[in-house]
Write a protein that binds this ligand. Sequence first.
Ligand code: PMP
Length: 286
Amino acid sequence: AANRDILVYIDGELLHRDAAKVSVFDSSVQGGDAVWEGLRVYRGKVFTLEAHLDRLFDSAHAMLFRGIPSREEVTRAIYRTLEANDMTDGVHIRLTLTRGRKITSGMDPRLNQEGCTLIVLAEHKPPVYPASIRLITTSVRRNSPMSVDSKIHHNNLINNIFAKIEANNAGADAGLMLDKDGYVAEANGVNVFCIRRGTVYTPYADYCLPGITRATVMRLCRENGIPCEERRLSLTEFYTADEVFTTGTMGELTRVDHIDGREIVNKHGRSVLDRLQELFRALTEQ
Ligand code: PMP
């Protein structure tokens, strides 16, 4: 189906996008009380589905959801949605699992007596993006694990939305967020990497989402003899890196050409990012 006519899965039903609605009593409306995954479909297969489902169910468990659908049920819902829309490639899925409908308005999870709401929203969004993007550092910091653990992929995205607004106002593509100590955490919807003298670095997953694409890149490095390290990284280490890139299911591996007006200049020869992008492409074509 074309995006304007897609069918959206909600709790076992496939409804035209205009008819697909959640209740005003749903926890996602009442408190952003939901978890989600962004998924990509390549050649009819959901890429790294098991890792995404692990993160979804871990997040739902950590948030003490009740009546969580089984892994089989979620997998079936995803493939049913793809089939109903005749979608095989260039597709992005937004999978949402909310705490479900409440018996009355409010944030108390005891008001939830029906179990979770499962939504599968699949749209044609081929991975075609600019060759490189610009970042600015935002004044808003990445949520600290002292308030919300970044291992939970929850729907409370206000922190990230503020960062994106700052980036938009500055004419940048995305907002780079620092942790409470001023080290680089991640961008508003993607993880970040820098490459210095042939070594690939990314911040510890303390202040960033443990991205599945991030994990895939680290695995590709390991398997291909490319040195890769997680560590604390300062903004200056990003400004002066040979290459910088972001990772995420939506945009895959995207080159960053400027951060806060500093051009990212490769001073040490061959591009490691080009190689990683080729290796990633090969994985999606398997
Ligand atoms: N960080 C944030 C804040 C995100 O929302 C996302 C995308 N869900 C990512 C990073 C990238 O994660 P993944 O590679 O699993 O898509």
